[in-house]
Design a protein around this ligand. Structure first.
Ligand SMILES: [Zn+2]
Length: 355
């Protein structure tokens, strides 16, 4: 899950090996947060079958604890909804085979379809193949990580998970939508629901996914002090923290200086920990600003940095990551035209105002 750093070529690429979920590898700040779900009960024009347990084919999220939390922000009159779709589990409860033809994704606002797209055979075949590989790996342990950087907690109890769009009676397919589609919608309103529909040889089957509002109020203390801070690997980069359920809106904080051709996070060749400008800086608790430690490095990341994430539960495996805001960083730090934002970090990286 390495991603190209937006800064200068001489800036070391800082990223957590977050998928390994080694809590000792980074400063880990966890705060309880209560969020409210948007609710909608409209029927889909595509759907013809309910998806309760009594139906013949069902669609569920692959991870039991998964919430779909969008980034929401307004630029001028445009409201942007940035949605990472959940991975799915489609199960055939019928007594005869069922074939999945395609998956339709609809972005909804107030029970009205705003945007739609369909995922058909070739991409669907790939997503199913990847899904089966993921399930097999997760079943070996409670936490799974691979080159895709996908981490989540508990799989739904499933019968046999097959590799292909043909589902024999009693079998399931896992469909990895999260690395396949990153839905970003811009318009006069925010999306409040995503409708996922499987078009099968037995008809269309739907699953409503409420988009969970998680608007942090911006009262947290920023955990580092300095006039040289940048936040990287942010929520719009689907290959970085966003690929992990509990780290979806996390940030890696570095200190940088101007360098020939750009910025750099260290002096010299960066071989020593104290070459890095951020190394050893006091770290404050986000809730009350009390110093709780210093930036270090235990070797499980590319360079010293402060990893910050907010979760809805202290359980690293099952938690959902939440958007971040801080008292001393207004949303306008992301740009003069940003009117509101559910998270500071709807950009890939940002230079922070003095802290
Ligand atoms: Zn990180």
């Amino acid at each position: 899950m390495k991603e190209r750093h937006p800064f200068a070529p001489d800036l070391g690429l800082a990223y957590c090996r977050c998928v390994r979920l080694n809590p000792s590898a980074f400063f880990f700040l966890c705060l309880q947060f209560t969020s409210a779900a948007c609710e909608s009960t409209s029927p889909s024009r595509l759907a013809r079958k309910p998806t309760d347990q009594g139906s013949k084919v069902t669609i569920e999220t692959l991870a039991l604890e998964k919430k779909v939390i969008p980034l929401r922000y307004r630029i001028g009159d445009f409201r942007v909804s940035d949605v990472k779709l959940p991975d799915l589990l489609v199960t055939n409860h019928r007594g005869e085979p069922v074939r999945i033809e395609k998956i339709v994704v609809q972005g909804m606002t107030g029970q009205v379809e705003v945007v739609s797209l369909s995922i058909s055979r070739d991409h669907l075949d790939d997503a199913i193949r990847e899904g089966r590989a993921l399930v097999e790996a997760v079943r070996k342990g409670p936490v799974y990580a691979d080159a895709r950087g996908i981490v989540f907690g508990t799989l739904r109890p499933t019968a046999e998970v097959v590799d292909g769009r043909e589902l024999a009676p009693g079998t399931s397919v896992a469909i990895l939508l999260s690395p396949l589609v990153h839905l970003i919608q811009s318009g006069p309103t925010y999306l409040d629901e995503v409708m996922l529909t499987a078009i099968t040889s037995d008809g269309a089957v739907e699953r409503r996914i409420p988009l969970v509002a998680a608007d942090v109020k911006g009262t947290y203390e920023f955990p580092l002090a300095g006039t040289d801070l940048v936040a990287t690997n942010l929520g719009t980069n689907p290959a970085a923290h966003r690929s992990c359920q509990s780290q979806e809106f996390a940030a890696d904080i570095l200190a940088v200086q101007e360098s020939r051709g750009g910025r750099t996070s260290h002096v010299g060749d960066g071989r020593k920990l104290d070459d890095y400008f951020v190394f050893g800086r006091p770290v404050k608790a986000m809730e009350d600003g009390v110093v709780i430690g210093a930036v270090g490095n235990t070797g499980n990341s590319t360079e010293p940095h402060l990893h910050v994430q907010l979760m809805d539960s202290p359980d690293l495996v099952k938690a959902n990551g939440l958007p971040l805001r801080f008292a001393t960083i207004p949303v306008s730090a992301m740009g003069d035209d940003v009117g509101e934002a559910s998270s500071l970090f709807h950009v890939d990286s940002m230079v922070l105002p003095p802290q």
